[in-house]
Design a protein around this ligand. Structure first.
Ligand SMILES: Cc1ncc(COP(=O)(O)O)c(C=O)c1O
Length: 401
């Protein structure tokens, strides 16, 4: 089954390589994304919300349309509770740095990306208390273990929805129940799942849903944001940057309303125009339908990998328990070496190493060298997977000196 009816765009690059690095950023982008960006640049061009003329109003309309599409994608009732940032790293930093205070306790998992770990480690030096719940060797989190670490002053739980290394999906709903029971806030790093798994900010009881536009939402780089759940009083979170918003220009104080409280300076309208187009494309295709397609392809990849001598697969090894991101190693080769051979000799583009997630690699037992990550997206076909499997099969047959 493939939802992509024709072969264009495909995951094959103009020089014949196959792109398997969707977890870093998705490529290709859906039809319409580049056109929407070009349309903004060539037809509109103005600064949104700054001037009263028609071009500025049109730029504001484009931006608001994307805000609405983001809200719809995650079932948020109020588009104004979507604040745009340049990527998820900035969105996570906004919440962590501007919500937490010395004396607060925060809980996270041992599978987090450095976008979470680095701000948290810095906050630890400023008096925020931090505990990381240990996930198992497949990256799975047991909510009971997490609950045991809750203290009277625990303010926030921060979790990725799925690992960027092994694809392991964390039990969001169970964790959300725990946060409600103990009156703790929940920040979700949905970098790897926004656009891959259906996420409903209300039903999933998420307080801060952070997303990045350029991965599985299929938008351009330079787009992302945070959606504030209904429980969040925005006064709790101070702005990360302050400056011009085009609103309340008579005042030297930052506006206190959403989204202007968090959106100072000219926004990436060209990127947001592209993100709007990719979100429309996702809505037409259906995130659940796309998930089924990726699950099937991931199962096919896992099955093939299991038959290749010398391959170790990390993570759940079950397509239903993970995203279509698979971490492997091949006996006799370092991840860096394998990644290079795949690229140089077979035109297979993967990411090797630690994937900005040393904690996750420690958990999976692959620190310090890491693994090779094969990550799929909407445009992969079975024949692409056959190519990567054939390449690994060939490399595994070579007797290294
Ligand atoms: C789980 C996770 N969190 C955060 C990030 C950071 O994303 P960005 O570079 O778009 O801010 C990534 C990107 O690899 C990720 O996989």
């Amino acid at each position: 089954m493939s939802l992509i009816k024709d072969n264009t765009p495909s995951a094959v690059t103009p020089d014949g390589a196959i792109y398997f690095d969707s977890a870093a950023t998705s490529w290709p982008k859906p039809p319409g994304v580049a056109a929407a960006m070009l349309d903004y640049l060539e037809r509109v061009g103005a600064n949104p919300g700054r001037s009263g003329h028609r071009a500025s109003i049109e730029a504001g309309r484009i931006m608001y349309q994307t805000r609405e599409l983001v809200a719809e994608t995650f079932n948020c009732n109020d588009p104004m509770r979507v604040a745009f940032t340049l990527n998820i790293t900035q969105a996570i930093n906004l919440v962590l740095q501007r919500l937490l205070k010395p004396g607060d306790h925060v809980l996270t998992s041992s599978m987090e990306h450095n976008s979470v770990m680095r701000p948290l480690r810095a906050l630890e030096h400023e008096g925020v208390e931090l505990n990381c719940v240990a996930c198992d060797v497949e990256g799975k989190l047991n909510p009971v273990d997490l609950e045991k670490l809750i203290l009277p002053h625990t303010r926030l739980i921060v979790l990725n929805h799925a690992s960027n290394v092994s694809g392991t999906i964390l039990p969001l709903r169970e964790v959300a129940e725990i946060t409600r029971k103990h009156n703790i806030l929940l920040l979700v790093d949905a970098a790897q799942t926004a656009g891959v798994l259906p996420i409903d900010i209300q039903a999933d009881q998420i307080d801060f849903l952070t997303f990045t536009g350029h991965k599985s939402l299929y938008g351009p780089t330079g787009t992302g944001g945070v959606i504030f759940g209904e429980r969040v009083d925005i006064e709790m979170v101070r702005p990360l940057t302050r400056g011009g918003t085009g609103s309340r220009s008579e005042r030297e104080e930052q506006p206190d309303f959403l989204p202007d409280r968090f959106e100072s300076g000219t926004q990436n309208v060209v990127g947001l125009a592209g993100l709007g187009a990719s979100l429309k494309w996702l809505q037409e295709l259906g995130i659940s339908e796309l998930r089924l397609q990726e699950e099937e392809l991931c199962a096919y990849l896992l099955h093939g990998l299991k038959g290749i001598p010398g391959i170790t697969i990390y993570g759940p090894k079950e397509s239903i328990q993970q995203t279509a991101t698979v971490a492997i190693n091949l006996a006799g080769y370092s991840p860096a070496e394998l990644g290079l051979i795949l690229d140089d000799e077979y035109g297979i583009l993967c990411r090797a190493g630690l994937h900005c997630a040393p904690a996750a690699h420690r958990t999976l037992g692959t620190f310090p060298t890491g693994s090779v990550r094969i990550s799929l997206g909407a445009f992969h076909q079975k024949r692409d997977i056959d190519s990567v499997l054939q390449a690994l099969q060939n490399i595994s047959r070579v007797n290294k000196p």
